[in-house]
Design a binder for this molecule. Structure first.
Ligand SMILES: Cc1cc2nc3c(=O)[nH]c(=O)nc-3n(C[C@H](O)[C@H](O)[C@H](O)COP(=O)(O)OP(=O)(O)OC[C@H]3O[C@@H](n4cnc5c(N)ncnc54)[C@H](O)[C@@H]3O)c2cc1C
Length: 194
């Protein structure tokens, strides 16, 4: 079973699978909370603004006194072995502006920027499928920036495929969004699908 996150595309290629996976640089930003009461858990929900200029964020919980907010970037990374680079300044400037103009009770000067990576399929769905030529190899990727909450289902489907024979669509819960083949012409969406 191959479930190697940002390295999945490289493994898939080496195994002769052509499904393209893109790795992008992402970053989350911590801002000081000037009015902590406004941002406390129980008063402030997790929030997402969709569409152009969209962003998402959280109540004050992970780091006391700070709020975590992010916009998705589309900065592609060629080599997942490269150490995470510095922040994407264009996205950071955009987020600073959004925080200053859309949110209140926050100092819009970033206290910290943490970088990480998305692995993305062409249609931003997931993968849990057998290798087309080697039925004993299962490929899995709960990816595309919204895969964490589907990771249990993805893992369950992957272990079912690994331990039982038969086509994917014979298995309960298997859906086309886990297929290896993605619709042609798909492109990275900038809009979050949370
Ligand atoms: C900023 C950010 C925000 C996100 N927000 C959300 C969200 O709101 N909701 C949501 O559902 N998802 C979200 N996600 C996406 C989610 O976190 C990922 O889709 C998910 O964690 C991917 O899981 P994975 O198991 O495929 O990969 P990973 O968690 O990256 O695991 C892959 C593992 O494979 C290991 N590995 C790699 N190569 C090898 C090897 N050769 N041998 C052995 N092990 C190897 C790695 O060390 C790693 O432990 C977000 C991601 C980011 C970066």
């Amino acid at each position: 079973m191959v479930a190697t996150g940002p390295w999945a595309g490289r493994f898939f290629n080496e195994l002769g699978v052509s499904t393209p996976l893109t790795v992008t640089h992402q970053q989350v930003v911590y801002y000081p909370a000037l009015e902590p009461g406004l941002w406390r858990v129980g008063r402030c929900p997790v929030y997402i603004a969709h569409g152009r200029g969209g962003f998402y964020g959280f109540p004050e919980c992970e780091r006391p006194g700070f709020i975590k907010v992010a916009v998705e970037t589309n900065v592609a990374i060629d080599d997942p072995d490269e150490p995470p680079g510095p922040s994407d300044t264009e996205s950071l400037d955009r987020l600073n502006h959004l925080v200053a103009t859309r949110l209140r009770g926050i100092d819009p000067h970033p206290a910290d920027v943490v970088t990480c990576r998305y692995t993305e399929t062409a249609d931003r769905d997931f993968i849990a499928a057998r290798h087309p030529a080697h039925a004993n190899v299962v490929l899995a990727s709960p990816c595309s920036g919204h895969g964490f909450k589907f990771s249990i289902l993805t893992g369950d489907l992957a272990q079912t495929l690994a331990t039982t024979p038969g086509p994917e669509d014979a298995h309960p819960n298997w859906r086309a969004c886990f297929a290896l083949e993605k619709p042609a012409g798909g492109e990275l969406a900038t809009e979050s699908r949370e």
